[in-house]
Design a protein around this ligand. Structure first.
Ligand code: F6R
Ligand code: MG
Ligand code: MG
Length: 373
């Protein structure tokens, strides 16, 4: 029997700016899911990373199931009521539509789901990031699934040697899902050519070529494409199955030691390194740095183990110190050059109005003679 893993996350309000949800808000979301799932779920976990609450659910209703999405939506609506009552900032921020309409896709919350044939032991990772966009996972997924410099399993494990299929989405295209499928190892230059532009091309899923099984899925929604204006960064979630014919846990999390620069941070408009953090960490410096958490689970018949918090290990303290240094170093150059995102990605419109006004004041000078007249 197939099991579906669904993670649906939203920011529906936080304490002291965009830092973290209140205990009461979390409790309201938790209570709603506990009380209303009526046997629909095999299991669930509710966690937060920065100001985002992620609801992880296991069930047998497949991907995109209306009642599963509605359960999460209604839990966030219940949370929003508490956020409003407590005067939390950005109450209901990610609920962009007034009424639920069948599926949370395009309604604000991020969603990552896969339906799997459960293995006798089913280890998987839930990544949750705040103050960044889904392209933040491009580099770690490329390294984990396509680069033997990171993943020795690509050389050592016969079931991984066949490579993986990457499904990559053009997230600028808003008429539907514009995707391309590329295979490793033969297409790695093409994959790299796309993934180098994480604001436009995003890994949506990764599949084993050995077994055909799905290994990973990423929430690909870009909020500014849905709302047409800035309503918060997308703050993506991802699920990655690990071990056996998939990369090992250590291979999947190793790339996060880089602290690669991602789009996000303050006003969603900067390039700041991604900080791997334990579960339940808020954001802080410069409305960031963008953070990512990794909850590792095992599962049997859809029942989840307790969470092993992958970035809570002492190793990551050293990484965090280095990433903090990188963040401060980049911030020293303020708005100049690569410290800020390119114009099309700036999440607030103020600068556009300034530039429009300045544009009207530009004059074209026609050579020395014209200047002398
Ligand atoms: C980034 C983010 C914050 C806010 C900033 C200003 O994704 O959420 O950096 O953009 O705190 O917030 P507002 O415009 O709500 O005052
Ligand atoms: Mg927020
Ligand atoms: Mg957030």
């Amino acid at each position: 029997m197939k099991i579906a893993l669904s993670v649906i996350k939203a920011d529906v309000g936080s304490i002291g700016g965009h830092l973290l949800p209140s205990a009461q808000l979390l409790e309201a979301v938790r209570r709603h899911v506990d009380q209303e799932h009526r046997g629909m779920l095999l299991d669930h976990r509710i966690t937060f990373t920065g100001d985002d609450i992620a609801i992880l659910m296991t069930h047998r209703r497949g991907v995109g199931a209306r009642e599963i999405h509605k359960l999460a939506w209604d839990a966030f609506v219940a949370g929003t009521a508490v956020a409003k009552a407590q005067g939390l900032y950005g109450a209901g921020q990610d609920l962009l539509k007034d009424a639920f309409s069948g599926n949370v896709h395009g309604m604000g919350p991020a969603v990552a789901e896969m339906e799997i044939e459960e293995r006798p032991a089913e280890p998987f990772l839930l990544f949750a990031a705040d103050k960044t966009d889904p392209g933040a996972y491009n580099l770690p997924l490329y390294l984990a699934f396509a680069d033997p410099m990171n993943t020795p399993g690509l050389l050592l494990a016969p079931s991984m040697a066949k490579g993986f299929r990457f499904v990559i989405m053009d997230v600028d295209y808003t008429e539907g899902d514009r995707i391309i499928e590329l295979n490793t190892p033969e297409d790695i230059y093409g994959i790299a050519a796309l993934l180098r532009d994480p604001e436009r091309y995003v890994v949506e899923s990764v599949w084993s070529r050995h077994s055909g099984e799905q290994a990973a899925v990423v929430s690909t929604s870009r909020l500014h494409n849905i709302a047409g204006k800035y309503t918060g960064k997308d703050d993506p979630v991802a699920l990655v199955r690990v071990q056996q014919s998939f990369p090992a846990t250590g291979e999947v999390i190793a790339p996060y030691a880089i602290g690669h620069f991602v789009g996000g941070g303050m006003r969603g408009s900067h390039q700041v390194p991604l900080l791997p953090v334990p579960q339940g960490t808020s954001v802080s410096y410069f409305d960031g740095p963008p953070v990512v958490s990794c909850a590792a689970y095992s599962m049997r018949d859809g029942k989840l183990s307790e969470c092993a918090d992958a970035f809570a290990h002492p190793f990551w303290e050293r990484v965090r110190a280095r990433v903090a240094d990188k963040a401060i170093e980049m911030r020293r150059q303020g708005f100049f050059g690569p410290a800020m995102l390119p114009m099309a990605e700036l999440e607030y419109t103020g600068i556009m109005e300034t530039l429009d006004a300045l544009d009207r004041r530009f004059q074209v000078r026609h050579g020395a003679e014209a200047a002398a007249e």
